[in-house]
Structure formats: C-alpha cells, structure tokens
Ligand binder design. Sequence first.
Ligand code: UDP
Length: 470
Amino acid sequence: MADGNRLRVVMFPWLAFGHIIPFFELSKRIAQRGHRVFFISTPRNILRLPKLPPHLAPLIDLVRLPFPHRHNLPENVEATTDVPPHLGQHLKKAFDDLHGPLARFLEISAPDWLIYDFAPHWLPPIAAKLGIPCAYFCVTQAASLAFFGPPSVLLGVDDRTEPEHFTVPPKWVPFPSNRAFRLHEIRRTFENFSQGPGVTDLNRLGSTIQGCDVVAVRNYREYEPQWFRLLEEELYKKPVIPLGLLLPTEQDSGDEKDEKWVPIREWLDKQGKGSVVYVALGSEAPLSKEEVTELALGLELSEFPFFWVLRKPPGSAEDDSELLPEGFEERVKGRGVVCMAWAPQVRILAHPSVGVFLTHCGWSSVIEALMFGCPLVLLPLYIDQGLICRGFEEKKMGLEIARDERDDSFRRESVAESLRVVMVDEQGETYRAKAREMRDIFGDMDRQDGYVDDFVRYLQVHRGRAKAPQ
Ligand code: UDP
C-alpha cells in the first residue's frame, strides 16, 4: 500500500480483558488491511496478550505505558482481573493518571485516528486540541448502550440515581423492547462501581461518546437493527457503525502444545460428545461465597461432567479449597474439574465434548459460545449482563437460571434444573436448535470482515477531520 493511503491508528482499551481482547482483534483486522496500529496498554497487560501472527507483527506496535502507582492498590495491579471489584474505582483513578503520558504519545505519533474505550473521559479534549479524530469502540451490543441513554443523560441531566430506576425501560424515547435490569444486577453494579473516588462509569461513557466523531459497535446490524437506528438517529445523532463480532479464531488462542491447554484437552477428550457443562463467569465476576456454594451443589446435583473456571476473589485470604463446600471436590472427583487459573476459553468452547455453557453473559463469552453452536444457561451478575441475558431470552438463545423473587438469590435446584433442560430435555431442543442456527450465522466470517472493510473505509475518508474542541 502506498504510504499516503496507509492509516496510522492508535487503540486505547480499558484495563479489562473483556475489552482488551476485542480491541486487540480489531487492531489485527485493521493491520490485515495494510494499516499501521499502535496498541496502547500497560506493560503487564501487553505481556498477557495472545501472540501476534508473524505477518501482522510488523504492523502493530505494542506500546507500553508504565502504570502509575497508587497507594490504595496492591503492587502489580494493572487490570480489573487483578483487583477485587470494590477497588475498581481506584484502578480507574490510576488509569486516569495515564493522561499525561498518553497526550505526549499522541503529540509525537500524530495518528490519523484514535480509537478509545468508555473510560478515558479526559481524552476527547486532548485529541481535539491535537486535531486527531476519535472513534468510541463499544465492546458490547448496541441495545446495552441504548439503555443508558444519550450523552446528556449519561452526564447527569437525569434523575436515574437509584438502582430501582434501572429496573424499568428508560423513558426518554419509545424503546424497542421491555428489557431492563433485575434489581440485584444493578445493585451489584452500583456497589462495585460507585464506591471510592472519581468519576462514575456512566459519566465516563457520556464524555467519551460526546467527544467522539463516530461510534463503532461490536455487533452486526442485522442482529439488532432497531437498536442501531435508535442510537444513530435519536440518541447520539452521529454515525454508529457495526464492526461485526470480531471473534478470535481458535488458533489465535495459542499453541496446540500449550502446557495449560494439553491437560484440559486430554480431560475433555475422555468425555462423551456434548456431555460436559463448561462453567465460566468471565474475567472479573464477583460471586459471593453463598453463590459459589449453590453453583457447586447445583453442578453436583445435575450429575453432568463439568469443567468450572472459578475465579477466587483477588486479595481473598481463603485457601482455594475453603471457597468450595466441604467435601465437594472429593464427591465430584473424576466427574468435575475446578480450574482456578485463566483458562483457554475459546479452545474449550470449540471442543466437541462441551454440551452447554453456563455463562455470566459477558458479551465476549456468549458470542464465543454461539460461534461453536454451544447452547447457553444464563447467570447474569452485573454491568450489562442482565440486558444481554434478557435479549437472549427474548430470542430463545439461552435459559436463565431462576431466581427467588424476594431476594434474587438462586438455588442449587434451579442450577441443576436449567442444565438438565438445556442439555437433554425435549423442551430444551429450542435452545439447542437456536445455538446451531447461530453457529451458521456467525460462521459467515466474510460478512463480519465486510463490516471492518466499511469501517476502515470510513476512517480513510474522514481522516484528519476531528471535531472542533468543545
Ligand atoms: N477469558 C478467558 N479465560 C478465562 C476468563 C476469561 O479466555 O479464564 C476470556 C473470554 O474468552 C472472553 C473474555 O475473557 O473473551 C471475557 O469477556 P466477557 O465479555 O465474556 O466477560 P468479562 O470478563 O468482561 O466480564
């Protein structure tokens, strides 16, 4: 490609792996089209990235910005996965201290575009001053964005301050569906994200959307056309571009001989086709001790083989074994595996022995599962997971584990019952058939790449046309 046509794009994800991974996937796709990418994160997170394919490595600069130290955070903390959720606001404060080094980097590198995440509320004025156009890349579905409203609402010109206000659809425009949060989901979100110092997540999102030239969303338009239209025409009044799903390939997950993967594969190889329940609740899900107990006993009760990725709360003093109910590991020995480390999720989901995925409804997790036609049992916890769950239920793309109406808790019996329905019952055939149908739709990788083509074309046409500083 002639140098004049080659874009230079800076990517700056939030410090959560549910964000870093899709930003990395988008970086690879931009580089595949011959453009130059500067992928910025902290040294530890850059080290944790999957390996770049050799043909893309020369086009993607992995830029390490040293992470500012803060006294409220333990050493070596650089991502949400390293901290208990209640320290998340301190992580964001430390992240905000990156503004000086990042501004200097942008000044020196003078990119054609800056693609950022929801968190750096301070970045749009810096980019505008330097004349760099910005895209906000939303790593989840359009419907979740729409629920939180236009920038004016996000920036606080709204009375939605109590968790109860989020349990009904918002009122500012007619909404295409009745989906809303359950009280426990939004309470948990408030508890984890409103504690401590600093700017709230909704304010951050408001500033980054208000300050960008274009919004890019990780979904395809045909999946949720009415939500894309709502965002573009009613809520943001600026271009909202679908990027497709940006799914990693199984090969991207690492070497077939990887020492973490080999024992897992050997165990999965020994199980029957479609017989295993894979349980994983993302990179940062905050399960309470009671929830761990009910989940464990539900898995035991179901009698299915299972592979459970269980994240011990960071900073917890308990031994791994103290987290689980007494005698549990002994009783399920040979039938179930509890993995306390980072697991190669995409590889696991691709394995033919996996029959059901019990998921927290992180957007990456659910689309990774459907890419392999894996039916879903849904256990949303917080952030936008409840909205994703409601949308999946509307489309019969998963079954939510029943919760007690009085306090929103779930019990072992509901866990076992939902697994049984989706795994083997006749009435669960709807979910299994829907998962197969979605595998075929998601398998149409060409179309997803077409979305990236359109986006890159947009970046080329509009390079160097930043909004005026506000
Ligand atoms: N993931 C993984 N191994 C783990 C935990 C998570 O590979 O042990 C990956 C998973 O495949 C997905 C991402 O981390 O790509 C989690 O993103 P998601 O949106 O599902 O949930 P979040 O972590 O943001 O809640």
